[in-house]
Design a protein around this ligand. Structure first.
Ligand code: ADP
Ligand code: MG
Length: 599
């Protein structure tokens, strides 16, 4: 556990660690304040028990009495009372302030870590997102970070505060009476240690269970809401609800067990504390021949110290229990936190990057790619040439590797072997950014943000940076103007989850408009027009063909009519390039092509 916490500390940013140090100082101050207040009150009580000491002329109190120049012992008592009260107020204010800072700081750390993960995940390469489900990433960024801060970081700080307090208090009692201090400490430390050792394994196991079932809950939410149409249609909500209920129940049970194992033993310990006090009183009475007035000062110190220490011990134990029960959250986040700390600063995002537009050709040279953990290569030894300002088609059965090839072309995936060159120069990390800037891409699935049509067309642009003329042009070319005209708010109509409902074809055309808005030198369509009806598709294609000779177009389609006008058509099968040529050539010599083209 200690090693884990040290690792966590190292994963914090230097700024956060500095703040932690500052807090630690506050915490020590707070413990000191508590000690001073206890001592002051104890001295006051001792004085009340035996005011004769003031006039006896002996001891510190008599000295203080003379120093204060008080008129009478009563006046001095009043002064002392006031002093004790002031010490209490100061200590209380100090503790309050520290607790306040602790809460603020803990919450802030949570926000910072969460943002750090979000930023890091958004900058991870495509392959990372291919491998990790979005629900899992969401779960980590929100739920697990929350658990990490609320149940590990903040308890750690509080634990620290109480530990310092206990050490100081014990030292103080030790100065009064070493035996009482040592015996008391031994009893409580022993009791809590015993307790902790008993529940430690249960806490760890429960914490892991909570992590697992929380993740499952997130997955069920994401699947349930994402596949709601199918669920509604086939009435498959039942199993989802049941699994969600079961997971929620287990999470609640786990959280309850962790909480309970922390809180419930308090009563047993309190019993132990009262028993010890009774024993202590009996012991002191025995030593002072049953004179209560003699033991009052000492007893009041012990009582006050105990009064402060018992809850402190309890908090220490509860916090240790929380940390132990939630270390699983740290385990889940550990790698991501490490990666996000070591991550290079994100590539510059100013949109002023000069796009890299091919002048001669884009070439794939012997490109091979296999997805991690996949048995077979998605692409093996594919070489093809896309001449600049030509229109190139890519066909093949589904699963033949078309989308993978496009992802490599876009620089989203890096080939395992082979390379991509633009005008003969390999696409390296330095040129990648410019290359991607110059590409207009329409995927199979268009992702709409929750905003107006205008914002969706000018995807990712600040609202006041949107070029209206370009939006209008893109909307017209994507055959969207009719739809826009029919909407009451026109371009300002909201789409996305809570906006107007669009048909698959309309969505697709927004995606096309988005690609056209960029006025890119290279346009890539990944089965982008397959959701359109034949007439609309032909219109969109006709508009795209108007660019023939002005920009490079890569067209993936399974309706071969779409690629009829391409200068070259490449045919993929099981990740290999099997044929290439123009439409008529392929149709005349390739039987599979004829089959696909329905000729
Ligand atoms: P296409 O776009 O032609 O339908 P893809 O490029 O999507 O084909 O897929 C090519 C091959 O790679 C398929 O065999 C598919 O199963 C595999 N594949 C695609 N995506 C992944 C992935 N994320 N993980 C593992 N294998 C994948
Ligand atoms: Mg595909």
């Amino acid at each position: 556990m200690i090693a884990d916490l040290r690792a966590l500390y190292r994963l914090l940013e230097p700024r956060q660690r500095r703040r932690l140090l500052w807090l630690q100082c506050l915490i020590v101050l707070m413990a000191l304040g508590e000690i001073v207040s206890v001592v002051a009150v104890a001295q006051f009580m001792a004085l009340i028990g035996n005011p004769g000491r003031l006039t006896s002329g002996e001891g510190r109190m008599a000295w203080l009495y003379q120093l204060s120049g008080s008129a009478s012992p009563e006046a001095f008592l009043l002064l002392m009372g006031g002093g004790a009260l002031a010490a209490l107020v100061l200590a209380g204010a100090c503790s309050g302030y520290t607790t306040w800072r602790l809460s603020l700081y803990g919450a802030q750390i949570g926000a910072e870590l969460s943002s750090r993960l979000y930023r890091d995940f958004l900058h991870r390469p495509w392959l990372f997102h291919v491998r990790h489900s979005s629900s899992r990433l969401m779960h980590k960024t929100s739920q697990e970070v929350q658990r990490l801060t609320q149940r590990i970081v903040i308890p750690c700080l509080q634990l620290n505060a109480r530990l310092v307090l206990v050490v100081f208090m014990t030292t103080m009692v030790f100065l009064y009476n070493p035996w009482v201090a040592l015996t008391g400490l031994a009893i409580f430390v022993g009791a809590y240690l015993l307790l902790y050792r008993t529940v430690r394994k249960a806490l760890t196991a429960t914490g892991k269970r909570v992590s697992r079932h929380q993740a499952e809950r997130y997955q069920l939410m994401s699947e349930g809401f994402g596949g709601i149409r199918e669920l509604l249609l086939w009435h498959r909500q039942g199993p989802y609800v049941q699994r969600f209920e079961a997971a929620s129940h287990k999470v609640a049970r786990g959280q309850g067990v962790c909480q309970g194992l922390g809180e419930a033993p308090r009563y047993a310990i309190e019993l132990l504390a009262f028993g010890s006090v009774i024993l202590l009183v009996l012991y002191l009475l025995g030593r002072h021949d049953g004179e209560a007035s003699h033991i009052l000062p000492a007893l009041s110190v012990y009582a006050l110290a105990g009064f402060k220490m018992l809850p402190a011990f309890q908090r220490i134990y509860v916090n240790v229990a929380h940390i132990r029960g939630n270390l699983a959250a740290f385990e889940v986040l550990r790698e991501d936190l490490a990666a996000s700390r070591d991550a290079p600063p994100p590539v510059s995002e100013e949109p002023s990057v000069r796009p890299l537009v091919p002048a001669v050709a884009i070439e794939l040279e012997e490109v091979s790619f296999r997805y991690p953990r996949a048995a077979e290569a998605a692409l093996s030894g594919v070489s093809l040439r896309i001449p600049a300002n030509h229109m190139v088609g890519l066909v093949g059965a589904s699963g033949s590797g078309k989308s993978t090839l496009v992802d490599i072309l876009l620089g989203l995936l890096t080939p395992d072997a082979g390379r991509v060159t633009i005008d003969g120069v390999p696409l390296d990390a330095a040129r990648l950014r410019r290359w991607q800037e110059g590409i207009g891409f329409v995927p199979q699935q268009i992702f709409l943000t929750e905003g107006s049509i205008r914002e969706n067309v000018a995807f990712g642009m600040a609202r006041d940076a949107i070029d209206e003329a370009r939006v209008l042009e893109a909307v017209r070319m994507a055959q969207l103007d009719e739809l826009v005209a029919s909407l009451p708010d026109g371009l300002d109509s909201h789409v996305g989850e809570r906006g107007v409902q669009l048909s698959g074809g309309q969505r697709q055309r927004i995606g096309i408009a988005r690609a056209l808005y960029r006025r890119a030198g290279v346009l890539v369509f990944d089965e982008a027009t397959s959701a359109l009806d034949g007439v609309t598709e032909r219109q969109v294609m006709a508009d795209i063909q108007r660019f023939a000779g002005q920009m490079t177009v890569v067209l993936i389609a399974h309706r071969l009519g779409t690629v009829r006008h391409c200068d070259t058509i490449y045919m993929l099968d099981h990740g290999r390039l099997v044929d290439a040529g123009d439409f008529d050539g392929l149709a005349s010599r390739n039987a599979t092509f004829r089959l696909m083209a329905d000729l």
